[in-house]
Ligand binder design. Structure first.
Ligand SMILES: C[S@@+](CC[C@H](N)C(=O)[O-])C[C@H]1O[C@@H](n2cnc3c(N)ncnc32)[C@H](O)[C@@H]1O
Length: 436
């Protein structure tokens, strides 16, 4: 059961209708599209045939259909789908020539296929209200998942919208959606990227923080069915990357300089096992954990204890204390000195060596695959300006944190890598034909 939209600021007594507009917007992933962005996207959706069939999913008051009709005329068959009947009434009043359906787009069954699907789908992870924004639709999550072939991990409702929208295109149709940039790099979207690559040419326009007051970096995705390849634009016009063939790899701003860093070294993922810290529920359940300091107890460390090249072992930000010698019961690698790299500090690499072997609740923990690695030298390199520029250039602010995939690909210069890794890498290069 989901709730209807009350008027601005209104609250009523019934629990189901007790949402302010802000609550509703958060719960349904509502982000209103700036008019200049609507115009840009409509310019990408120029009709190849006339009249054509245009669909705006999650249309609210149909800003894209209205802009489309203004620019290309009202002879086209315009359709909007929206879950909220109040918004639909507004849409029907503003664009009487269009057809509107009150439906959940992800469960909407239609035989119709469209030349153009355009819009701004809702964003957010569907789940429990205390953790995830899209909680009003959580009862439907199993149905969404059953109908989606790209759903992975926690996923995000916008991924399911992209898939459904592409499946409603005619064989030469076009999708134009503005969505968060996270699908370019996150593992949860690997299947979606492969699906898009298979369905047509993927063109991505990176726009960054284009939504006022929203902490989300956005891209416009233009998918042209019946074509192939990948294009990445920096902004609305500047072509930064073109590939004739694309099969779903992560998408990043690849340029000569940052790629030199990769070519000149061995990927961190070859040299280190990259683990994640013990999770909060495991720590909370452990019989030795305490919520007060005490004899023989040390703070459980978090990202806030980690700085470049330095760890604050004294301040307890987690609210938990733990016997230091029992830390390996949480994760075996807490038993010995190892490298800790931040997950939670934006797209930058912040590393320090934990040589006191404390328990941790956050961050990546890197354990060398073989002896002889100088952890402090690797740590200095990871904190260097060169590495910061490399990650920043390739991944901008696509996601608010460093991911394991990004970290795995950071390459270490050969002098920091010991003999065996180097040998393995050289054999790989020779097998792969990269050896010059
Ligand atoms: C991000 S807003 C986009 C609004 C509009 N497209 C714009 O750009 O201004 C999302 C809209 O999606 C609607 N919505 C959320 N989940 C939906 C669903 N599963 N099916 C259809 N509409 C949905 C919300 O009611 C809201 O109007």
């Amino acid at each position: 059961m989901f709730t209807l939209l009350p008027s601005e600021g209104e609250r009523t007594e019934q629990p189901e209708a007790s949402l302010t507009r802000e609550d509703y917007d958060r719960a349904f992933g509502v982000v209103y599209t700036p008019p200049a962005l609507v115009e840009f996207m409509v310019s990408l959706a120029a009709p190849a045939v006339s009249p054509c069939r245009v669909l705006e999913p999650a249309c609210a008051d149909a800003p894209f259909l209205r802009a489309f009709a203004r620019r290309y005329g009202e002879t086209h068959a315009l359709t909007g789908v929206e879950i909220n009947p109040d918004s639909l009434r507004g849409a029907a009043r503003l664009l009487p020539s269009a057809t509107f359906h009150e439906a959940d787009f992800l469960l909407w069954d239609t035989e119709e296929r469209f030349d153009i699907v355009i819009g701004n789908p809702p964003y957010g992870i569907i789940g429990d209200g205390s953790h995830y924004p899209i909680h009003l639709l959580k009862e439907r999550k199993a149905q969404y998942r059953a109908r989606s072939r790209t759903w992975r991990g926690k996923y995000n409702i916008y991924g399911a919208f992209i898939e459904r929208a592409v499946n409603l295109l005619k064989p030469d149709g076009k999708l134009v959606f503005v969505v968060p940039a996270s699908w370019l790099v996150l593992d949860d979207f690997q299947t979606l990227r492969a699906f898009l690559a298979q369905m047509g040419r993927v063109r991505v326009f990176y726009l960054g923080r284009v939504f006022p007051k929203r902490n989300v970096s956005a891209v416009v995705l233009l998918l042209e069915r019946g074509q192939q390849g990948l294009e990445l634009y920096d902004g609305m016009e500047h072509l930064a990357l073109r590939r004739e063939r694309y099969t779903g790899e992560i998408i990043r701003f690849e340029a000569e300089d940052p790629l030199q860093v990769e070519r000149a070294g061995v990927p961190l993922g070859e040299v280190f096992h990259i683990h994640f810290a013990a999770r909060s529920p495991e720590i909370r359940r452990h019989p030795a954990v305490r919520s007060e300091p005490g004899e023989g107890l040390v703070p459980v460390l978090t990202g806030r204890n980690l700085r470049a090249g330095w760890i604050d072992y004294d301040t307890c930000y987690s609210g938990w204390w733990f016997p230091k010698e029992r830390a390996p019961e949480l994760r075996s690698f807490y038993a010995f000195p190892h490298l800790v790299v931040a997950h939670t500090k934006g797209t930058s690499v912040v590393a320090a060596v934990d040589d006191r072997c404390y328990p941790w609740r956050e961050e990546f923990h890197l354990v060398p695959k073989e002896d002889g690695i100088d952890l402090h030298a690797v740590c200095d390199y990871l904190n260097s300006v060169r590495v910061q520029e490399y990650v920043r250039f390739l991944y901008r602010d696509f996601v608010p944190h460093l991911t394991a995939t990004m970290l795995r690909r950071v390459c270490l210069p050969l002098n920091l890598v010991c003999h065996k890794s180097l040998h393995n890498q050289l054999s790989l290069d020779i097998e792969g034909g990269n050896y010059e």
